[in-house]
Design a binder for this molecule. Structure first.
Ligand code: NAD
Length: 350
């Protein structure tokens, strides 16, 4: 029986760390938050007070000198790779917010280092831990979908553009809605498809509204000069098994819904929509449809994700979101950007 507490350090103490991750760690009695780091000392101090630790750092390399089992990385996207590499080199397991990295080369570098060091690396894809995600996965694993031959992935907003520099400045984020919200629906969809290997992508990524004044933002004003990512992207993906996928992601668009997050799968036996969990099939020549139910309520998917990471480290289980899956997600998003730059279909890296 493990009696020692699981010792965690948090790197990046902004919105997601304070609102979601720190409460999620505190929810686990076997966990102790041993220290926190943020380049803003005030932000780090506020998070430390909530986390119940006196160890506050403005450089995460100082946090890594502590006796920690794991770190939880909640910085802007571009800091994920250097922070994760430093943590893995210091012998710590790593839970890292999405996107794990913004290029496949970085994902591979992190993943191979984790493997060499026999450390866990998990991408925080909390949608896999939602009630609809768990129900959809069980239905697919029971064989009701058959072979997935096509999918639609949408992460489209009317006017929810995150104004923080960490999202809109390409130097910090590495991408716009593709990397911010497209990554959620795409990961979920590929997980349900059984992670076929993406091979070719034709894509577009553009800034349609975010440099102008036409579209009001439900999250307030943003720095238009600093805005250097796409606000809309789309892609058409071919997999090595012949399956195809259409991807659309936007922070701003003329649509009625404030947000549509969708993965729709078309299989040889049935079809499924997530997160509505609606299915359609044919039974003995008769059309059948309905909504999946799941017996276990999932009150807080982020907390379940944190618990699953802790369990995998403490009990030697595989990472619930391994880098070998994440590299396929990032490979598609990277290829969308590359296709836009080259003006043609491109091969997916990985
Ligand atoms: N899973 C989800 O639903 C979800 C939701 C929101 C954000 N996120 C992800 O979480 C990450 C952070 O997003 P956020 O909304 O908390 O952003 P945020 O801007 O509120 O917080 C980021 C924090 O990181 C700090 N930081 C920046 N550089 C740093 C460095 N070198 N070392 C230490 N700290 C540093 C900033 O000072 C800031 O406090 C992003 O990768 C984002 O994609 C995930």
């Amino acid at each position: 029986m493990i009696t020692r507490k699981f010792r965690v350090g948090v790197i990046g103490c902004g919105g997601i760390a304070q609102v979601i991750h720190i409460p999620g760690w505190l929810n686990l009695p076997e966990v102790e938050i041993v220290g926190v780091a943020d380049i803003s000392e005030a932000t780090a101090r506020k998070a430390a007070a909530a986390a119940g630790t006196a160890n506050v750092f403005t450089d995460y390399r100082d946090l890594l000198k502590l006796d920690l089992d794991a770190v939880d990385i909640c910085t802007p996207n571009r800091v994920h790779t250097p922070a994760a590499l430093a943590a893995l080199n210091a012998g710590k397991h790593v839970l890292c917010e999405k996107p794990l990295a913004v290029t496949t080369a970085e994902v591979r570098q992190m993943g191979e280092l984790a493997d060499r060091k026999k450390l866990k690396l998990m991408t925080a894809q909390h949608q896999r831990f939602t009630q609809s995600g768990v129900a959809a996965k069980s239905w697919v694993d029971a064989g009701h979908l058959g072979e997935a031959y096509h999918a639609r992935v949408r992460a489209m907003r009317r006017a929810w553009l995150p104004p923080q520099p960490g999202f809109i400045d390409a130097k910090l984020s590495g991408g716009g809605p593709c990397m911010d919200i497209g990554v959620h629906a795409l990961d979920l969809c590929l997980w349900l498809m059984g992670f076929p290997k993406p091979v070719r992508v034709s894509g577009t990524s553009r800034t349609v509204f975010a440099k102008g004044k036409v579209m009001p933002n439900l999250w307030g004003e943003w720095d238009r000069k600093r805005f250097s990512v796409e606000d809309f992207a789309a892609g058409f993906v071919h997999f090595d098994n012949g399956a195809t996928l259409v991807l659309e992601a936007a922070w701003m668009s003329h649509q009625q819904e404030n947000e549509e997050l969708l993965a729709q799968l078309f299989g040889t036996k049935g079809g499924l929509k997530w997160p509505s969990a609606e299915f359609a099939t044919v039974t003995n020549g008769t059309f059948a449809q309905g909504t999946l139910t799941h017996p276990v309520a999932v009150p807080h998917p982020h907390w379940n994700e944190i618990a699953a990471f802790t369990d995998c480290v403490r009990n030697g289980k595989p990472s619930p979101v391994p880098w070998t899956e994440t590299i396929k997600v990032i490979g598609i998003l990277e290829a969308v950007y590359q296709s836009q730059r080259k003006g043609r279909e491109v091969t997916v890296r990985g």
